[in-house]
Write a protein that binds this ligand. Structure first.
Ligand SMILES: Cc1cc2nc3c(=O)[nH]c(=O)nc-3n(C[C@H](O)[C@H](O)[C@H](O)COP(=O)(O)OP(=O)(O)OC[C@H]3O[C@@H](n4cnc5c(N)ncnc54)[C@H](O)[C@@H]3O)c2cc1C
Ligand code: SF4
Ligand code: SF4
Length: 417
């Protein structure tokens, strides 16, 4: 059986383009490198973090007032399930909160991240940091370059990649969707938990369990507000046909998931994370932000176009508006960019961009557009995921747009025989 590591490496070689010339110590990927993984029959190691379990009634009251973390609740979805029984030991914003990630990190990755910089003792010319002196449980590892693990988390490798060909309707080039598709196509997973768009509003997140290739396409694109990804947990646990799950999510939901994963009845859990920094508290807040930035969201919605935006390293917000163009034979009855009817075949994506300098945004915009949870979050790089995709730390090439820019791909996948 193919494992996640095998598929990811094969993807990076065959379906994605990696950046061999990057000065940011991107390793060069060779066919031999891939084959050494492809030949492996190693099985994914299931982590065993577990706390008290119990049945409890999901919270039905208004958000955030009725939720235990109150204003700091990131709406991860745990409390919308019976796993609310575990909230005090799982929530990233209660008690020790995100500090618990230190404990989880060792359980998930087999060791904690290396915090020592190659600059500390050995001087900047030492390119390797191999440290066994950090105390019990820290283990040892070799990382390329200084501070990579301190910044990003436990890692085996950092790469820069883009999907080839890019996935129409994706946020960037569709690295995430391509990995999901490959895991499903090879039968490595029974279902994928991802965040689709609500059919009523393309910007509103709607967690779903995808079981078919067309379900998977519904995950394309970031719906930039807090998404209750873990609200699916009871459905996962109750469904005997789901034994191998791929969960896609941001750091706060991954932390809560790690706390309860042993009680889901799964044989294998793969976690494909994204970086996540400043999420909006609600879809209305997203629209308030976009309108304040000069984007007419109503007009975009009326045209059935897609909207995506990112805070880029050139100190501008890049807002991408995507219009689908269909060949007459494949035109769906409701040609909305994110509608479930939209299939890739025969669809082309026409993008236009607005690039708004940060200093042109109203000074009050952060108050409305960024959730309090995100202002207190310590896990923007999703340290407890097995594989993480994001643009943070990736080179930004002048003259190329989101759909062709590099994404950072970081992985640390434990296997056992
Ligand atoms: C809310 C959010 C904020 C982000 N902020 C940053 C950032 O500040 N810096 C950075 O480097 N990277 C950030 N990212 C990650 C960056 O946008 C990814 O690199 C990108 O999503 C992957 O691009 P892609 O084309 O491969 O994704 P696609 O193939 O288009 O797949 C998109 C994926 O995002 C998931 N998704 C969509 N909406 C949500 C949501 N609301 N919550 C959780 N998951 C969702 C879908 O399930 C799907 O798996 C963020 C991602 C999210 C979801
Ligand atoms: S962040 Fe998640 S676990 Fe914490 S209170 Fe909110 S829904 Fe519950
Ligand atoms: S910034 Fe942190 S708290 Fe906010 S949604 Fe992302 S991972 Fe969760």
């Amino acid at each position: 059986m193919f494992g996640l590591r095998t598929i990811v490496v094969a993807l990076l070689v065959f379906l994605m383009e990696t950046d061999p010339s990057s000065s940011l110590h991107a390793p060069s990927f060779s066919l031999n490198h891939a084959k050494s993984y492809l030949g492996s029959s190693k099985r994914w190691a299931r982590t065993t973090v577990s706390w008290a379990t119990g049945e409890a009634k999901p919270i039905l009251g208004p958000w955030p007032a009725a939720y235990p973390a109150k204003d700091y609740c990131s709406k991860c979805g745990l409390c919308d399930t019976s796993f609310v029984a575990n909230v005090t030991t799982s929530c990233a914003f209660i008690g020790d909160g995100m500090a618990r990630a230190v404990q989880f990190e060792e359980a998930v990755h087999g060791r904690s991240r290396l915090l020592r910089s190659a600059f500390d003792d050995d001087g900047p010319t030492n390119p390797k940091c191999s440290d066994t002196t950090l105390g019990p449980g820290r283990g040892s590892a070799t990382v390329d370059g200084p501070l990579d693990e301190a910044r990003f988390g436990v890692l085996e490798e950092i790469l820069y990649a883009r999907a080839k060909p890019s996935v129409v309707g994706s946020q960037w080039s569709g690295v995430v969707t391509t990995i999901c598709q490959s895991l499903m196509e090879t039968g490595a997973v029974d279902a994928v938990a991802l965040v689709a768009a609500d059919p009523k509003d393309a910007l509103e997140p709607l967690p779903i369990l995808a079981r078919t290739p067309s379900d998977l396409l519904r995950g394309r694109g970031v719906k930039p507000s807090l998404a209750p990804s873990l609200a699916l947990l009871n459905e996962v646990k109750a469904d005997p046909s789901i034994k191998r799950l791929l969960f896609c999510g941001v750091g706060c939901s991954v932390q809560a998931l790690r706390a309860v994963q042993a009680d889901l009845g799964l044989d294998e859990l793969y976690v494909l994370g994204t970086h996540c920094v400043d999420n909006s508290p609600s879809v209305n807040a997203t629209k308030t932000f976009l309108n304040a930035a000069g984007i007419d969201t109503q007009a975009v919605e009326a045209a059935g176009d897609g909207l995506a935006y990112e805070f880029m390293a050139d100190f501008k917000v890049h807002v991408k508006r995507s219009s689908p163009s269909f060949s007459s034979s494949s035109s769906p009855s409701s040609p909305s960019f994110f509608s479930s009817e939209m299939q890739d075949s025969g669809v082309e994506q026409n993008d236009s961009y607005e690039k708004i300098p940060y200093f042109c945004l109203p000074g009050t915009v952060a108050e409305v557009a960024i959730a309090p949870s995100c202002l207190t979050c310590f896990d923007y790089t999703n340290g407890l995921a097995d594989l993480v995709v994001g643009y943070m730390g990736a080179p930004l090439e002048g003259g190329s747009e989101m759909t062709s820019q590099w994404q950072q791909v970081r992985y640390h996948i434990i296997c056992c025989n």
